[in-house]
Design a protein around this ligand. Sequence first.
Ligand code: KG4
Ligand code: ZN
Length: 322
Amino acid sequence: MGVKEPLTVLSIETSCDETAAAVIKDGKILSEQVASQIDIHKKFGGVVPELASRNHLKKLNLLIQSALEEAGLEFNDLEAVAVTAGPGLEGSLLVGLTTARTLAMLLDIELVEVDHLEAHLFAAKFSDVPAPPGIGLVVSGGHTRLIYIKEWGNYEIIGRTRDDAAGEAFDKVASIVGLGYPGGPAIEKAARRGDGKRFKFPVSNLGDSLDFSYSGIKTSVLYKVKYDLKGELSSRDAADIAASFQYAALTPLVENAVRAALKYKTKWIFAGGGVSANSALKERLTEAATREGIKAFFPAKSHSTDNASMVGACGAFYLRKS
Ligand code: KG4
Ligand code: ZN
């Protein structure tokens, strides 16, 4: 069934540790709300799935109400509900899905279930990215993928991690050097005062493939800390490890993304997902792409990490197509 324009969509994201709701109208963000669970999971050093779902349940209804208020709308103004259906933590996804299905049923409006990774690509809609073809680099806590975007909704996965995700490597290394959770922002911060040339961590080299591998670098950091530094880390050591690791971890992302754009003859690269918030990645990818006449685009920080606006943009796209 088609939906009349402009389309007013309530969107919901609960796949991991951010509870988020937004209202999108005709491609514009009317409101967006995010409740981060970082403080809840921090003391456990990572996301505890059971606590994540309980807290989504606690916060989601209030966030939806706040998103509607901020947009100056009421439930009856909504024309559709978009929700992340996966991948993610099962219990957390169920909270968002059940809420979205119930709302759509009671309001008698359309429901669209969205793929979380495709939604990270749709953050491009808020960053002035030109029309496809282009290359998408999705770098999150659970996934690392290079995607040839032939057109919106028509993709080919051309590179993926063979083991750990890039964000996962940031999180694990942060935990090894005692920088806490979430690891990405902590490593980025420590790296600013560190010497990135002090340690040589191995950068995965998978030949002509556009795939990635992050398990070697994680083990290499672990051995460095445990055996060479005997587990005794000064804050200088931690900063130097952070800077050296970050340098090595970003290299394959930058190189493969640019190689992909050249191979598929596209003029732009869009990086999405939590790791795309990293300033060093932005600088290095922009520089490497520009050298080849390719433009690199990044979301605003709030649209790099999990958010509901990207889910709304993706959902609206499929509703318009239907
Ligand atoms: O997309 P996202 O918010 O959630 C998932 O879909 O997984 O990504 C979270 C991941 C975490 O691994 C986090 O450490 C990483 O993104 N991250 C970063 C930065 N901010 C978040 N990694 C590197 N530098 C950052 N500034
Ligand atoms: Zn994500």
